[in-house]
Design a protein around this ligand. Structure first.
Ligand code: ZN
Length: 287
């Protein structure tokens, strides 16, 4: 396992972590000044300054991307399927333009939340089937462009509105069905916040192997959690044994960035420089 205690060369900042403190221009500037080598930007942040400008910004700063957030939200009414398909293809194209190594997929939940305007449904099995159909269709397009797709299983509390794929096992079952030759075109983004509780986690990380581990996201689980979406903790402030999980991920050969992704009503109120300085310190000591 790599030693993170001496420097932060393997730290990537998911730009949602400081999304309320500045736009992508300000975030890239702050990362460059802090010696951060990689980011994972969100589509809305890229759209806010324009794709071409974002491409130049990242390139001129010499930044790597550890991923691009995000595609997905596949379950939808038949009338919206073309919208979903085109939206996801654009996400692939943007990821390619930005030179991202993969497009992170949050697959969506029930259709009325995944794509508002869809007829309300309680059929989560159908939603899962639609998610898989959507991934299968996008995989063909992404392969043509040369972009990897990374399914991010989300904590089951988000099954209705964000991701009906809740476990590594589910995500890897989809990978097995859609990419049985394990080409690496389809894999997983492992976010400790979403999967730390899973009794099968270690076995599933080993099952994924290097080819299918595309990304590793870190933050912490606070007890109590006060907000289902926006109360993620800074690494070291909660109960996730992050180094133990990272050890298993790296034992499989993963040698990419450790991406810090914190949605927090608390951290969003602090100055960007303070948040980044804390991220660097905790990356060294608690990841
Ligand atoms: Zn994540």
């Amino acid at each position: 396992m790599r030693d993170f205690s001496k420097d932060h060369r393997w730290l990537s900042l998911n730009t949602a972590t400081v999304r309320h403190q500045g736009d992508l221009v300000a975030i890239v500037d702050a990362c460059a000044r802090a010696g951060i080598r990689a980011i994972d930007p969100w589509r809305d942040q890229v759209a806010a300054i324009g794709l071409d400008r974002a491409v130049r910004l990242v390139r001129d700063a010499g930044l790597d991307l550890s991923g691009y957030c995000r595609g997905g939200m596949f379950p939808a009414d038949p009338g919206l399927r073309a919208v979903v398909r085109d939206d996801n293809r654009r996400a692939v194209d943007e990821a390619k333009a930005l030179n991202a190594p993969c497009l992170v997929l949050v697959v969506g939940g029930l259709p009325q939340y995944s794509r508002p305007g869809s007829v309300p449904s309680k059929d989560i099995a159908r939603a899962r089937a639609q998610a898989e159909e959507g991934i299968a269709e996008l995989l063909e397009y992404a392969a043509g462009v040369g972009m990897r797709l990374s399914i991010e299983p989300l904590h089951p509390a988000y099954a209705a509105d964000r991701a009906c794929v809740s476990t590594m096992c589910q995500a890897l079952d989809i990978c097995d069905r859609l990419d049985p030759e394990k080409s690496g075109r389809l894999g997983v983004a492992i976010d400790v916040y979403h999967v730390w509780w899973d009794p099968d986690l270690i076995a599933q990380i080993r099952r994924a192997g290097k080819n299918r581990i595309h990304a590793f996201h870190v933050c912490d689980w606070l007890v109590p959690t006060r907000d289902l979406l926006n109360d993620r903790g800074m690494m070291g402030d909660g109960i996730i044994d992050i180094p133990s999980i990272r050890a298993v991920v790296e034992a499989e050969g993963f040698d990419g960035y450790s991406e810090i992704e914190i949605f927090s009503n608390d951290w969003w109120t602090k100055p960007m420089g303070d948040v980044i300085a804390t991220c660097i310190a905790r990356h060294r000591g608690s990841v």
